[in-house]
Design a protein around this ligand. Structure first.
Ligand code: FAD
Length: 447
């Protein structure tokens, strides 16, 4: 599978299209064995161990992607961020090692790349987001050499730190494509950690640092911006907004940006000694070409229940769904129990009751050892997990959380269906409500 169709799965890690035990029909089928697919299946399995369930996932390796920022910052080894997929599959769940090619909700089926069909009573769609490396001309050919790197790829994250360590003067560029992207803070996290390294090693004065963002702001929730700006000033980084990376000439060490201003659009050339690229991102092709998609290509869900807006026995979770939350693993931690609750209710012919508040989190690694911890829900509403901790204040405690606790919370709690601080809120049941009637009408018949 190419990196376009499966962003988190490298070509090497992908299983061949050989089929392993495909059964005709399951109570629940989950598409994608990433953070969202595994967490949701684990939450379902804990609630109802007798459910028949399959996860369709082609990759042999599962990645803890939030760790890649720390790999690029020289804090983690990249192997700390991966585990064999077999190890994270919830017990009792059938793993179908294949990629889904098509959705057929009218028949309650998904079609695999090899043409096989898998039937379900309820479907959870979690194939993540697509990294469009070809969306920047020349990028794919030069990635991993000529000073061009990205923490958005497992193989590439160590190269970021290699470049940072070896750079003692010149110009370093950090880019951010149009939103939505997964972990919208990750492009600037790479910049802060790099600058911190150069500052500690006395090189920062000799390095010109530029941040180029396609959007008009540094961070989407204003509340955290002053804290981040203090670091931008400390590192003397030059911010360039509405500046969208379009092409990279690796051997020539040049980057080309489309810059929008009141005078119109211009193509601006910047030379570099190192460039950290966050690739453009979009809904996965299997979703955006399907009847499940909204206008922008995402799995069209109700933002509160995460139930599909038109197909009541289908749910979207994680980066692929249309809910307007920050696309993060932190969001998945809260979404998975909501989907598990609601999918079970649909299987019982009832309306969803669990609601998701849009929680997402972005631990901004402003320097090695300190983090500005942004936690917010729909509409930018602040949702701190520990209200005594002022998220705007760069803190060592938040760094400890990111470096030591969150990986364990991910592997040992979230992926195992332990819903620590993630119990879903339930709204009162309204029998005969529109949603309940819809659900009953759509309850799929046995094949
Ligand atoms: P993924 O985890 O990407 O999983 C998608 C899965 O679907 C993959 O296993 C893929 O192989 C599979 N798939 C794709 N296509 C198909 C198909 N056709 N058929 C079957 N399976 C398919 N989040 C945080 O909370 N905090 C952070 O600090 C943070 N930092 C990040 C830094 C970086 C550099 C990156 C890249 C991400 C970061 N994230 C962070 C974001 C977080 O990793 C994602 O939001 C999270 O992994 C989303 O989970 P997902 O299951 O939706 O997608």
């Amino acid at each position: 599978m190419s990196t376009e169709t499966s962003p988190a799965c490298s070509g090497a890690a992908r299983h061949s299209n050989r089929m392993v035990s495909v059964h005709a029909r399951y109570d629940v089928v989950v598409v994608g064995g990433g953070a969202a697919g595994i967490a949701t299946a684990a939450s379902l399995s804990r609630r109802r161990p007798e459910l028949s369930m399959a996860i369709i996932e082609p990759c042999e390796t599962h990645y803890y992607q939030p760790g890649w920022t720390l790999v690029g910052g020289g804090v983690f080894e990249r192997n700390q961020t991966k585990r064999m997929m077999a190890r994270v599959m919830p017990r009792g769940v059938n793993w179908i090692k294949a990629a889904v090619a098509e959705f057929a909700p009218d028949r309650n089926e998904v079609v695999l790349e090899g043409g096989e069909r898998v039937r379900y009573r309820a479907l959870v769609v979690a194939p993540g987001i697509e990294l469009n490396w070809d969306g920047v001309h020349g990028l794919r050919d030069t990635l991993g050499k000529n000073g061009v790197t990205s923490n958005y790829m497992f193989e590439m994250a160590p190269y970021t730190f290699e470049l940072v360590r070896s750079l003692s003067n010149g110009r370093a560029l950090f880019t951010q494509p149009p939103l939505p992207i997964k972990c919208a803070g990750a492009p600037q996290k790479a910049m802060y950690l790099s600058c911190d390294h150069w500052l500690r090693h006395g090189a920062l004065n000799e390095i010109e640092v530029e941040f180029h963002a396609a959007g008009p702001v540094l961070f989407g929730v204003d509340y955290y911006v002053p804290s981040l700006m203090r670091y931008v000033e400390k590192y003397d980084a030059r911010l360039n907004f509405t500046s969208n990376l379009k092409a990279v000439d690796g051997p020539g060490k040049k980057a080309f940006f489309e810059v929008k201003s009141s005078d119109g659009t211009q193509l601006v050339e910047r030379s570099f000694d190192m460039i950290h690229v966050c690739p453009p991102q979009r809904a996965p092709k299997i979703v955006r070409d399907s009847v499940l998609a909204d206008k922008a290509g995402w799995v069209e869900v109700d933002p509160a229940t995460l139930q599909h807006s038109r197909f009541v026995n289908i749910f979207g979770v994680g980066d692929a769904c249309s809910a307007p939350n920050a696309k993060t693993a932190a969001a998945v931690r809260k979404q998975a129990p909501v989907v598990a609750e609601n999918a079970l209710r649909v299987l019982e012919g009832q309306a969803p009751r669990a609601v998701y508040d849009g929680y997402g989190s972005c631990p901004l690694t402003v320097e090695r050892g300190k983090i500005v911890l942004a936690e917010f829900g729909y509409g930018g509403k602040l949702l701190p997990t520990f209200p005594f901790l002022d998220g705007r204040k760069p803190s060592r405690l938040a760094w400890f959380l990111k470096e030591k606790l969150l990986p364990t919370i991910y592997w040992e709690l979230m992926l195992k269906g332990h819903e620590w601080l993630a119990r879903p809120e339930m709204v009162p049941n309204k029998p005969g409500s529109h949603a309940a009637q819809q659900t009953l009408r759509a309850e799929p018949k046995a094949p």
